[in-house]
Design a protein. Structure first.
Length: 226
C-alpha cells in the first residue's frame, strides 16, 4: 500500500505528524512483519508568497498570530505535543522562515531518481529536524545540498560529485514545474491544511492525528474493497 504524505517543512504539526506516522508504521510492522508500505511525499506551501530569500521568522510569526504572546502560546502547544511524540522543538534557534520550494524540489528529486522510501523518509525527517531542532535555513542551496548528501549518498567515494550535482540542480529550475503541479493537485483534492495523509486509494486523514488513529486508518485502508 502507498501512503501519500502532504506536508510543508516549516509546519511544526507536519513534523509531529511524520513522527506519529513512523510510530504507527513501526507498530503495524511489528504485528505484521510481511506488511509492505511505501511512501510518496507531496508538497504544500503554508505561505506561498514567502520571498525566495526567506524572511524574518519572528516578524512573520507575530504578523500571523498577532503578538509575541500568542506566538509563544502556540509554540507551547506544539512543544507539548512534540514531547509526547519524541520531537524536541527548539524555536529559539530559528531566525529565518525560508521559502520551501527548493526543499520540496529536493524531495521530488530523490523520489523521481528512485531512492528508496527509507532514504526519502530520512531526507524528509532531516529537513524537519534541521529547521525545527537545529535552526538551519532549509531554503539555502548549500544547506540543502549537504542534507541531501548526508541522507541519500551511500558511498564516501563520490561525495563531492554528488554535492555538486545537487547544487547545480537547485540552482536551476529542474523539478520546479512538477512540484508546483503536485501542489495544484493536492489543493484540487480540497487539501487546505497540513499534514494530510492519503492511505491506499482514497482514505484521507487530516491533521497530526494520534498514532492510534493512524494505525486504525492504515488497517482500514488495507481491508479489501467490497
Amino acid at each position: 500500500m502507498i501512503i501519500q504524505i502532504v506536508s510543508d517543512f516549516v509546519c511544526p504539526w507536519c513534523f509531529v505528524g511524520e513522527r506519529r506516522l513512523a510510530q504507527a508504521v513501526a507498530q503495524l510492522k511489528a504485528e505484521q512483519p510481511e506488511l509492505t508500505l511505501s511512501f510518496r511525499w507531496l508538497p504544500y506551501f503554508l505561505n506561498f508568497g514567502t520571498p525566495p530569500e526567506g524572511e524574518s521568522y519572528s516578524k512573520f510569526m507575530e504578523g500571523k498570530f498577532g503578538s509575541a504572546a500568542q506566538v509563544s502560546a502556540m509554540q507551547q502547544r506544539v512543544l507539548d505535543a512534540g514531547r509526547e511524540s519524541g520531537v524536541d522543538f527548539d524555536f529559539g534557534l530559528i531566525a529565518m522562515r525560508p521559502n520551501t520550494l527548493r526543499a520540496h524540489r529536493l524531495i521530488y528529486r530523490a523520489q523521481s531518481a528512485g531512492y528508496s522510501s527509507e532514504h526519502v523518509l530520512k531526507l524528509a525527517d532531516r529537513l524537519f529536524s534541521g529547521y525545527f531542532q537545529r535552526g538551519e535555513n532549509i531554503g539555502d542551496i548549500d544547506v540543502l545540498a549537504a542534507i541531501a548528501v548526508e541522507c541519500c549518498n551511500e558511498s564516501a567515494d563520490n561525495i563531492d560529485e554528488e554535492l555538486k550535482q545537487v547544487i547545480d540542480y537547485l540552482k536551476g529550475d529542474e523539478g520546479m514545474a512538477q512540484v508546483l503541479a503536485q501542489y495544484e493537485q493536492v489543493t484540487g483534492w480540497g487539501v487546505s491544511g497540513v499534514p494530510f495523509f492519503v492511505f491506499g486509494e482514497n482514505l484521507g486523514v487530516a491533521g497530526a492525528q494520534t498514532t492510534d488513529v493512524l494505525v486504525g486508518a492504515i488497517r482500514q485502508a488495507l481491508l479489501p474493497l467490497d
